[in-house]
Design a protein around this ligand. Structure first.
Ligand code: ZN
Length: 441
């Protein structure tokens, strides 16, 4: 009798779970949309786009709706969701406040606000450049809603470098709140770099970020200082290669970039103070540039207003601002491979993330600025090896078979990306992984 009852309990459990397993995939049909595929120079007008489950399955001028939910485009643009390749979600109140005021749990809760804001703006994928990769895992597991998150894990640097966010009173070996939160590691030998790098991949990182030169926002590192040895940097590259991925470096100056390229680094963040010869070397060696046009060119025109910036940070910001115009001119002239990352490091700044795309139009065409924020970004997200949680389809493109990460835009961003900046009026729907996350129609 007892065992029969047990069986009854098991059967009852099965009847609850089986219908969920057999649930049909959701189907959406976008009708009469002008499709931008993430790469082409022009829109394809009057198309229909079918989404089944989490993929785009058909793009054609004649698809029958069947049982799909119809979303009338009325001539609006359907394009891949935007990708921000350099942002910070774990210290939205500024780096100093998250050292002294907020513990990791609070920072994580606040990150969710950032995710919601990004979704409203049409960003469907983010790269978090200093933060616990564990957060990305919660999203890829479907537990936490938000844009897809690719995480560097804690960014890696040495004592006094751009990851050393502890107070001035810290002694050698003291562990900062940022390190407790796994936002950043302070390490001082090739072995310690290896340990931090492996910890990141253990947590779910898909690539690494290493600080090679001084930073604008940090306290102890002049921009001119190289803050890591070649052997330490090489150790990070070796670990990344073991995970079939790569190292992106925080860097500004020519000598620093060249040292890093000699050690096998393939991804340059910032780089605003490089010379032309170095830009040519990057092109020759297929090195990708991660571009922060808004932060370097617009925000650092007047850095005094940035929260947490003292006189030293202001001086460093102005230096970067001076270099950025020339660096982007060379990037255009020599045709370096480039993706866009806004480098928003406070919550209040996040609404400016789209301006990183519009600001690129100072040097590039609108379609070039858009590729940097969609298909080129997606290409480098795909090259992150077995730890990549989203490797079954392409990101940053809108073609048959790509992930259903799309935005419905009132206007033509290929004429001017400004249309994306007014997201409240012009971004009418945001879909991530086949799920409608924002609907303003
Ligand atoms: Zn950054």
């Amino acid at each position: 009798m007892k065992s029969v009852m047990k069986l009854g309990v098991v059967l009852a459990a099965l009847t609850v779970t089986l219908p969920a397993l057999a649930q049909e995939e959701s189907r959406y049909l976008f009708t009469d949309v002008a499709v931008w595929d993430g790469t082409a120079d022009a829109l394809q007008p009057s198309m229909n786009v079918l989404v089944e489950g989490n993929k785009v399955t058909q793009i054609s001028d004649s698809i029958v709706a069947g049982n799909a939910t119809v979303i009338e485009g009325n001539g609006r643009t359907l394009m891949p969701g935007l990708i921000d390749m350099h942002t910070h979600v774990m210290f939205p109140q500024g780096i100093p406040a998250h050292e002294t005021e907020w513990v990791a749990a609070t920072s994580g809760a606040l990150a969710h606000q950032t995710f919601s804001q990004y979704l409203k703006m049409g960003f469907t994928t983010l790269r978090d450049m200093c933060g616990p990769a564990n957060l990305a895992k919660a999203i890829s597991a479907g537990i936490l809603s938000g844009p897809r998150l690719y995480s560097s894990g804690g960014c890696i640097g040495t004592t006094g470098a751009h990851t050393d966010w502890g107070p001035q009173t810290d002694n050698l070996g003291d562990v900062s709140n940022h390190t407790r939160a796994r936002n950043s590691w302070v390490v001082n030998s090739p072995d310690e770099v290896r340990a931090a790098a492996r910890q990141n991949f253990r947590d779910g990182a898909t690539f690494l970020k290493v600080m090679v030169g001084g930073g604008v926002a940090s306290a102890f590192d002049p921009l001119e200082s190289i803050t890591i040895s070649p052997a330490e940097l090489r150790a990070a590259v070796e670990v990344a290669e073991q995970f079939d991925s790569y190292v992106c470096i925080h860097v500004y100056h020519t000598a620093h970039i060249n040292m890093a390229l000699d050690q096998g680094v393939t991804c340059i963040e910032h780089g605003f103070l490089m010379d032309e010869k170095t830009m040519r070397r990057m092109v020759r060696e297929d090195i990708v540039l991660s571009a922060q046009a808004y932060m370097s060119y617009t925000a650092f025109q007047d850095p005094a207003g940035i929260p947490g910036f003292g006189p030293e940070q202001v001086a460093k910001g102005l230096m970067v601002n001076k270099g950025a115009d020339q660096m982007f001119a060379w990037a255009k002239e020599h045709g370096v491979e480039m993706f866009a990352g806004s480098d928003m490091f406070t919550y209040d700044a996040v609404p400016n993330a789209t301006l990183n795309i519009t600001q690129l139009e100072r040097w590039f065409t609108p379609v070039e600025a858009l590729r940097a924020s969609t298909s080129t970004a997606g290409k480098y997200l795909m090259q992150t090896g077995p730890k990549n949680p989203y490797k079954e389809a392409q990101l940053g493109t809108l073609v048959e078979g790509s992930y259903a990460d799309v935005i419905l835009v009132d206007g033509n961003p290929l004429e001017s990306t400004e249309v994306l900046a007014d997201y409240e009026n012009n971004i009418d729907m945001v879909m991530v992984n086949g799920v409608v996350e924002v609907d303003n129609r």
